[in-house]
Design a protein around this ligand. Structure first.
Ligand SMILES: *Cc1c(COP(=O)(O)O)cnc(C)c1O
Ligand SMILES: [Zn+2]
Length: 409
């Protein structure tokens, strides 16, 4: 029989313990994240590249490789596939002629967090959850609140008080039970645990359940499909909790197992901010996990995560793919955001600008070669962060001078 999903079991990333797909689980009993596993042999017999071509341009086109088993539980807003945008002018300026941006800013709520929310909420509905809770730097809260509203399920959102006001307002708009704290996303995690314990709720924070990651994974599927079942040489990701990087890597592994892409993987690049770079510090020391970063500080709030629960997975993937982790300063982020808007007309978020600044650095160091294809993930729309921009404009008094006199001012 043709299945909607070929989900087979859940597996611990550290101790390999397995769990059944109907069990209500968060992390493994050992505390590490669980990953969803599929019967890829069966899936490969049913699903072909040709099938995909006939399907709608939505992340649900990959439903056999997503965890929701019955289509009636799917909560979707017809998310588009996000566009690949070549950046010829910025690429020339950086001496990276094959520079391409994947723009996640076109998704509902304006960030890639919509992918995790669509798949995660759908699965929560299928599992019969009635109350969700999440700690977030803002964008995940915004996306999850919107999808929760659409599904008719309650959600509590905890975010730092200095998180971007835009996402806080998005949560309030769509009816989240919103808590703001004087602390980081990690401190918020402790409050979420209390909320969940008190209300028999489900913790949907990064890697606290296995399904949100599956939504992020669709970025990798899309990249491979848009590159006609090959992969770029380098993928650059602005990294906080790391679900984006882990998801993309998982996607490529599954596609390899299906035989849809060959054994060459892109070199993964993790970009963080100088003011919060726990993964970079650990990578430079060759370590397998990272220590928590004290007093994290950056304008790229999506990357302000002092310690990722999946740190060992991210670092492993960097070592496996001959990748690298580097950090950039806030002033570089601001400059790069302006550069790309003026050169190629694309308005990226600060995190996307950080990734571009990372490319510039890596090219200067020679780590990126002459003719390599470099894919940069713009994780969100720049429009969510206009408060970081200056308004500019020359004021004209039409009472005292005619408009013609101002021509060429
Ligand atoms: C969440 C977020 C990130 C970081 O993504 P992770 O998957 O947590 O590493 C980057 N950019 C934006 C805009 C985000 O919202
Ligand atoms: Zn375990």
């Amino acid at each position: 029989m043709e299945a909607f999903s070929y989900l087979s079991h859940l597996q611990c990333t550290r101790c390999n313990r397995t769990y059944g797909i109907d069990e209500r689980v968060q992390t493994c009993s050992c505390g590490s994240p669980l990953l969803a596993q599929y019967d890829l042999q069966q899936a490969g017999k049913r699903l072909t590249k040709a099938h995909l071509r006939e399907r709608p341009c939505s992340l649900w086109r990959y439903h056999e490789l997503l965890p929701v088993r019955h289509s009636r539980f799917v909560v979707s807003m017809n998310e588009s596939m996000t566009p690949l945008i070549p950046l010829p002018a910025t690429g020339r300026h950086m001496d990276v002629p094959r520079l391409i941006l994947k723009d996640e800013g076109t998704l509902p709520s304006g960030t890639f967090k919509a992918r995790g929310a669509s798949v995660g909420i759908s699965k929560a509905m299928e599992l019969g959850e009635s109350s969700l809770a999440i700690t977030t730097n803002g964008n995940a809260g915004a996306a999850w609140t919107l999808y929760a509203a659409r599904a008719g399920i309650n959600i509590s959102v905890v975010m730092p008080i200095d998180a971007p006001m835009t996402s806080r307002k998005e949560c309030a708009l769509a009816g989240a039970d919103l808590f703001v704290i004087h602390g980081t996303i990690a401190d918020g995690g402790k409050l979420v645990q209390q909320l969940v314990a008190a209300s028999d709720g489900y913790d949907v924070s990064t890697l606290k359940e296995p399904y949100r990651l599956e939504g992020k994974k669709t970025m990798g599927f899309e990249i491979a499909e848009q590159f006609e079942w090959s992969v770029p040489d380098v993928i650059v990701y602005p990294t906080g909790g790391g679900a984006g990087v882990i998801g993309i890597y998982k996607a490529f592994r599954e596609l390899q197992e299906l035989g849809w892409i060959d054994s060459r993987l892109p070199r993964l690049v993790v970009v963080q901010a100088d003011g919060c770079a726990p993964l970079v510090r650990a990578f430079q020391k060759g370590e397998r996990t990272c220590a928590a970063w004290e007093n994290p500080e950056t304008i790229a709030f999506g990357m302000r995560v002092p310690k990722a629960l999946g740190d060992f997975l991210i670092l492993d993937e960097l070592y496996q793919t001959m990748g690298i982790a580097i950090s950039v300063g806030d002033s570089e982020i601001v400059r790069e955001r302006r550069e790309i808007a003026r050169r190629d007309g694309v308005h990226v978020c600060p995190e996307g600008a950080a990734a571009l600044a990372g490319v510039r650095r890596l090219r200067q160091k020679g780590w990126i070669g002459d003719d390599e294809t470099v894919l940069v993930m713009n994780t969100g729309s720049g429009l969510k962060y206009v408060d970081q921009l200056s308004a500019g404009g020359k004021e004209i008094d039409l009472q005292t001078r005619s408009a013609a006199q101002y021509h060429g001012v």
